[in-house]
Design a protein around this ligand. Structure first.
Ligand SMILES: [Ca+2]
Ligand SMILES: [Ca+2]
Length: 244
């Protein structure tokens, strides 16, 4: 089913219509531009109606954001871009309760978990992510990243950190990789077996380009797995109840 994603980048507004999970065999995204429903119109439709939200996300290095099981946006800078640090602002429409799910990836050149292989700065890269979601109608921040989010790591490497400077990391480094569980972003997925996300400080993550362009809510925390370097691909979930 097509979903409308409006990305607000600074003052520039780019409306993109993406074909998400297109099941009709037509892979071409439509180019139609839809004017978003106004808040006043929505308010008149009563409780349980869809609301508009703005998600602000900064990730080292890449993320995809799902709401109630649907992809609503992803980091526009490919993970393969060197120093792919940037903040994204994504607007979406959804109905409470919100199931927010994020896949985040720290860049790794191969499954070894190493980057800059063969270069002087060959190293384990590190990750980090911060996000906040604002209900446009009320102007209230309804979700911020914290240790209250559930987390599952699906790529860990290197498991033997001492391989970091090996001449052939693919031979020397061990890794652990699993697939994302089916339906992991959906509302009814049971994340009871997942762990709590780990909160990190700006000193730990050293957030770069884009991070300072967002006015982060005081409660928003940088989060990741329990190891900023070895945890390379993570899945995160949070459920946001309807406001009282
Ligand atoms: Ca990184
Ligand atoms: Ca890493």
């Amino acid at each position: 089913m097509p979903g409308v994603i409006a990305r607000l980048v600074g003052s520039a507004v780019i409306l993109m219509l993406l074909a998400v999970g297109c099941g009709d065999g037509d892979g071409d995204a439509a180019t139609e531009t839809t004017k978003p429903e106004t808040a006043a119109t929505r308010a008149a439709t009563g409780q349980g109606a869809a609301s508009e939200f703005v998600a602000e996300v900064w990730a080292d290095n890449w993320f995809a954001l799902y709401v109630n099981g649907e992809l609503v946006g992803e980091d526009s800078t490919p993970i393969t871009t060197e120093r792919s640090f940037n903040a994204e602002t994504i607007t979406f429409t959804a109905t409470y309760p919100l199931t927010i799910a994020i896949e985040a990836k720290d860049f790794k050149e191969t499954d070894s978990g190493i980057e800059y292989i063969g270069e002087r700065n060959q190293q384990m890269g590190d990750g980090g992510l911060i996000a906040q979601i604002t209900d446009v109608r009320t102007g209230k921040v309804v979700a911020v990243t914290s240790s209250g989010w559930r987390l599952k790591v699906i790529h860990r490497a290197p498991l033997n950190r001492e391989c970091e400077k090996a001449s052939d990391p693919d031979a020397a480094c061990r890794f652990e990789r699993t697939e994302a569980p089916p339906g992991w972003a959906s509302a009814d997925f049971d994340d009871g077996g997942w762990s709590a996300a780990t909160e990190w400080t700006a000193g730990d993550v050293r957030p770069k380009d884009g991070y300072n362009k967002i006015k982060w809510d005081g409660a928003a925390r940088l989060i990741w797995g329990s190891d900023l370097e070895v945890d390379n691909t993570i899945l995160l979930r949070l459920t946001v109840p309807a406001p009282a």
